[in-house]
Design a protein around this ligand. Structure first.
Ligand code: KIV
Length: 276
């Protein structure tokens, strides 16, 4: 009898254990084919609620729903063999109470098969993170710039220049580091503060716009692939430039359709010749 060998995927504990060993490699993923391409190269794939802006054209992440996160979490899980997968808890699905957070985290894990969830928040969410992690839900924290709070924080900008701001982020990181979370995103934070937090934190910090001082890095995949022509913040590097390539491909396709040169005979079905 032959048994199919199931490749072992990295677990949240494996991610924690990478702290001090080597930098953690992470990208967002939202679909099966992209997850398949990223999986061999990444330790962790994040089904980020950034999908609201990247895929759905929403102005921010506030309008993202549980149903969206479940659909894209399922899609990513179909493409992954090796990486640990974390699904974002959308705005409004965890802030009300720890019981609400547990209900929705459990639903995300059960319906997607993902390994863990991520939620934004520092001191105010530490008790919730503890509640989840002591009940079987691995949690990734998210401190610094918190995109779900854009309507109260006054926009997207790097944080930590004033002592008050730095102190708040310091306290948030400390609280999440002690809450049972397996790792935490540090977003939009100046380098000295990111370094201080990363040195003090018992769990890995995964930075986005938070300098090389973090224990790992994450980027929104469409940003690093250069899909957007109108969005290139300082912290993003284009590792590819897909926007002009996609645009040129569409232009060539339109020209060939209009000239009737596509489809060619090699793309066309004919009646099969009967054998004599
Ligand atoms: O939603 C997301 O993609 C994120 C990353 C930016 C860390 O939270």
């Amino acid at each position: 009898m032959s048994m199919a060998v199931r490749k072992k995927r990295l677990t949240p504990s494996d991610i924690t254990a990478l702290k001090g060993e080597r930098p953690i490699v992470s990208l967002t993923a939202y679909t099966t084919p992209i997850a398949r391409l990223l999986d061999p190269h990444c330790d962790l794939l994040l089904v980020g609620d950034s999908l609201g802006m990247v895929l759905y054209g929403l102005p921010n992440t506030v309008g993202v729903t549980m149903e969206m996160m479940i659909a894209h979490g399922q899609a990513v899980m179909r493409g992954v063999e090796k990486a640990c997968v974390t699904v974002d808890m959308p705005f409004g699905s965890y802030q009300e109470s720890k019981e609400q957070a547990f209900r929705n985290a459990a639903r995300l894990m059960q319906e997607t098969g993902a390994d863990s969830v991520k939620l934004e928040g520092g001191e105010e969410m530490a008790e919730t993170v503890h509640f989840l992690t002591t009940r079987g839900v691995p949690v990734m924290g998210h401190v610094g710039l918190m995109p779900q709070q854009v309507n109260t924080s006054g926009g997207y900008r790097s944080l930590g220049r004033s002592e008050a701001e730095a102190d708040k982020i310091r306290r948030d990181a400390l609280a999440i580091g002690q809450s049972g979370a397996f790792s935490m995103i540090v977003e939009g934070t100046i380098e000295p503060l990111a370094r201080e937090i990363s040195t003090a934190s018992p769990i890995p910090t995964i930075g986005i716009g938070a300098s090389p001082a973090c224990d790992g890095q994450v980027l929104v995949v469409d940003d690093m692939l250069g899909v957007f022509t109108d969005f290139k913040p300082r912290f993003v590097k284009h590792f590819a430039s897909l926007a002009p390539q996609i645009s040129k491909a569409a232009e060539d396709y339109a020209a060939e359709v209009k000239a009737r040169t596509f489809p060619g005979q090699e793309h066309t079905f004919q009646i099969k010749k009967q054998p004599l």
